[in-house]
Design a protein around this ligand. Structure first.
Ligand SMILES: Nc1ncnc2c1ncn2[C@@H]1O[C@H](COP(=O)(O)OP(=O)(O)OP(=O)(O)O)[C@@H](O)[C@H]1O
Ligand SMILES: [Mg+2]
Length: 311
């Protein structure tokens, strides 16, 4: 059974304003998420990420296509008991304390009072807001609010967690803490679906990633699959490159750019790397360092989007 299965899902919003074009928020979007994985949906503003999550939560309905979560064909309201959701830009009633907020969400979700009593404190500890449990939510900072939102999403001990931009407004230490919490939840067997712009963060924890732009799936795969094309090497050199070296390097079709103390080389194999090293030695150019730069998911994401703009 898939945790999430989407088959050719499309969503068109009627703009509502006469004469305006309808907005295609999702176009034939198909994706599978296996149970127990951390899956991330990446894309620029307006790509359709939130629309997709809202369809999976039956908060809005697709124009065409089918989807199911936890084996239940959508729309299905009952399945919400088994999922948690942290919406983007959530607003909580400011007059409640953090603790009261979690209690009311738990009660709304039908969790028994006694179960809630034993659940709220450990959850507040887990997300790092226990010291502010009696403070009114209106006084919470943005990062504190995100942590509370995460606790809210976990209040029913869900099997599947949807988090829309969970680290928005959280400081770097807090972001690392949230990543650790998510890895911990994964270790407990939960499935986590993340929407994010923070590409560099997502690549640290995601099993699989999909890149969405203008409602269309551009690429999907593991982080390694999306970043492994053409590694770049940065080679420190102790002397200027000579004419002879450059001539031979170009004859070997090596793709180089260089300064007086370094070479940047886009190489397709270690064989090419060794050819380059042999050539540097042949011309007596001292090598001071070699670093393999891994293309980050952010690089490949931006490259993909650039290609979209050109085509
Ligand atoms: N209720 C709505 N009515 C009309 N258009 C909508 C509605 N909700 C979303 N849209 C449009 O659908 C497209 C996708 O929006 P969506 O919120 O899914 O994007 P997103 O990827 O979550 O963006 P962001 O990163 O900014 O949160 C956008 O063009 C948006 O303006
Ligand atoms: Mg969104």
């Amino acid at each position: 059974m898939h945790a999430i299965l989407s088959e050719s899902l499309s969503k068109t919003y009627r703009s509502g304003i006469t004469g305006k074009q309808p907005i295609i928020a999702l176009a034939n979007f198909s994706v599978e998420v296996a149970p127990g994985q951390i899956f991330s949906l990446l894309g620029p503003n307006g790509a359709g990420k939130t629309t997709f999550v809202k369809i999976l939560l039956s908060l809005t309905h697709p124009t065409s296509g089918r989807a199911s979560i936890l084996g239940r064909q959508l729309p299905d309201v009952k399945v919400r008991e088994r999922i948690g959701y942290l919406p983007e830009n959530h607003r909580y009633p400011g007059y409640l304390t953090g603790e009261q907020l979690l209690r009311s969400f738990g009660q709304l979700g039908g969790i028994h009072r006694s179960a809630l009593r034993s659940r709220i404190n450990p959850l507040m500890e887990l997300v790092g807001v226990a010291q502010w449990r009696s403070m009114k939510v209106r006084k919470y900072s943005k990062g504190m609010m995100q942590r509370l939102g995460l606790a809210q999403a976990l209040i029913n001990d869900p099997e599947l967690l949807f988090l829309d931009e969970p680290t928005d407004g959280v400081d770097p230490v807090g972001r690392k803490e949230i990543r650790d919490i998510l890895l911990n939840l994964k270790a407990q067997g939960k499935t986590i679906f993340l929407n994010s712009h923070l590409l560099s963060e997502v690549e640290l924890i995601s099993d699989r990633v999909a890149i969405l732009d203008k409602g269309t799936l551009l690429k999907i795969g593991t982080v390694d699959e999306l970043t492994s094309v053409g590694p770049e090497y940065l080679i420190g050199i102790g002397a200027d490159l000579t004419e002879g070296f450059l001539h031979e390097a170009s004859a070997l079709l090596l793709k180089l750019s260089y300064t007086s103390d370094s070479i940047s080389a886009q190489l397709s194999s270690t064989e090419e790397l060794n050819k380059l090293i042999d050539l540097l030695r042949k011309y007596g150019i001292e090598i001071t360092s070699i670093v393999k730069k891994r293309s980050t998911l952010e690089d490949s994401f931006i490259n993909l989007l650039k290609k979209e703009v050109v085509s």
